[in-house]
Ligand binder design. Structure first.
Ligand SMILES: [Zn+2]
Length: 387
């Protein structure tokens, strides 16, 4: 069995080992077994380490029957001594997050009796599900206490207790294991069965930030981010706040109010535009000389309600069909077509065929889209006859 160095030293990122086995896998990779390894295989919600064995890329690590397999790009000679290097930045960030998760889960268990019933370590944050509902005040208290535990810099201890010792300890666990249970303990905070590597003391977590909470299956789902990932998250948010602040000429802590003002303004403008659009439609309807045949107009400044009004007004005076198009030759046109003298539903297929589009509606009005250019549209509409 491979000696698992990550159990005893979670900060060992470079080490020497001997290749015991190296076999080709079905995906043309090489599965390498070493006599000892600090590469953590996935487990306990934490993903597998990546890195290099004597310069050869290790893209995945997994455990099978007590042996740790390193998925390598090329063959490594059986019996050869190798230098191993783990991608330490990634591992350190994962340990910050995972230990932070233990702090939060332990505190919620101690304060409310709720269990961690789901844990996922994503690329940008962790998702943790708890078995009961937490209020905003509860969550703020947990976040504050968790960060106080970081400030206290409490040692994180990981060990395999004897069966007897294990019986005397009350620990959190998802599985009913009784043998080879590894405990991770943070005094005054948490004791949990876990196989993953952790930080040495809570100070190393740096920071615990609960980003969001939502009700989930009768409990609470939290999004949490710790350590360097929390710093990255802060930078992204700060960048957004700075840009919004500059765009709206508002202080950063007043940007929400400034955005509200912009949205109120936009709503008022929209109302004004709708009124102007309607007024314009009515003026246009009066100004058009009604021909014997069909009417075909192109209007890009009117909104849909105003266009319908224009079509209705002109239909009252026209014996043909009244068509208003909006759009352009590149992206296509939307149409509204009205008539008081024919059931347009009967002509819809023919009109859509002629306009290379689709649409439908009522007896007196149909609307849809056309992919024809403006000249082709005019040619079709002026030639079109109701029968
Ligand atoms: Zn864990």
């Amino acid at each position: 069995m491979t000696e698992k160095l990550y159990y005893t030293d979670s900060h060992l990122f470079s080490f020497n080992a001997t290749v015991l086995k190296c076999e080709k896998s079905s995906e043309d990779k090489y599965l390498t077994v070493l006599d000892r390894t600090a590469f953590f295989p996935e487990g306990g919600g934490q993903r597998a380490d990546t890195g290099y064995i004597s310069g050869v890329r290790v893209s995945h690590v997994f455990e099978r029957d007590g042996e740790i397999y390193h998925k390598c790009e090329t063959y490594l000679k059986h019996g050869s001594g190798v230098d191993c290097l783990i991608d330490s930045e990634q591992r350190l960030r994962r340990m910050q997050n995972h230990s932070g998760e233990h702090v939060v889960s332990g505190l919620i268990y101690r304060n409310f009796g709720f269990s961690n019933v789901g844990f996922h370590m994503g690329d940008s944050c962790m998702t943790i599900d708890f078995s009961g509902e937490l209020s905003d005040a509860d969550i703020e208290m947990i976040e504050t206490t968790a960060n106080e535990k970081i400030r206290e810099n409490i040692p994180v201890r990981a060990w395999f207790p004897s069966k007897k010792e294990l019986e005397s300890i009350n620990y959190r666990s998802k599985l009913d294991l009784t043998e080879n249970v590894r405990l991770v303990s943070i005094e005054g905070c948490d004791i949990c069965a876990c196989c993953a590597p952790h930080v040495s003391s809570t100070g190393e977590i740096g920071m615990i930030k609960i980003l969001s909470s939502m009700r989930h299956r009768g409990g609470t789902r939290l999004e949490v981010v710790c350590g360097m990932d929390a710093l990255d998250n802060y930078r992204i948010r700060q960048g957004s706040a700075e840009r919004i602040s500059a765009l709206l000429s508002a202080k950063q802590d007043e940007i929400a109010k400034a955005v509200e003002r912009v949205l109120d303004n936009a709503a008022a403008q929209k109302e004004k535009i709708a009124a102007l659009s309607m007024e314009n439609a009515l003026l246009k309807a009066d100004a058009v000389d009604i021909p014997d045949g069909n009417i075909c107009l192109f209007e890009n400044l009117l909104d849909d309600i105003a266009i319908r009004e224009l079509v209705n007004k002109l239909s009252e005076r026209s014996k043909g069909i009244v068509c208003v198009f909006s759009g352009d030759d590149q992206t296509g046109y939307r149409y509204i077509i009205g008539s008081r003298y024919a059931d347009l539903r009967k002509y819809a297929n023919m009109i859509n065929f002629g306009l290379e589009g689709k649409g439908g509606g009522s007896a007196s009005m149909i609307q849809g889209r056309s992919s024809s250019g403006s000249q082709k549209i005019k040619d079709f509409i002026y030639a079109f006859k109701l029968n």
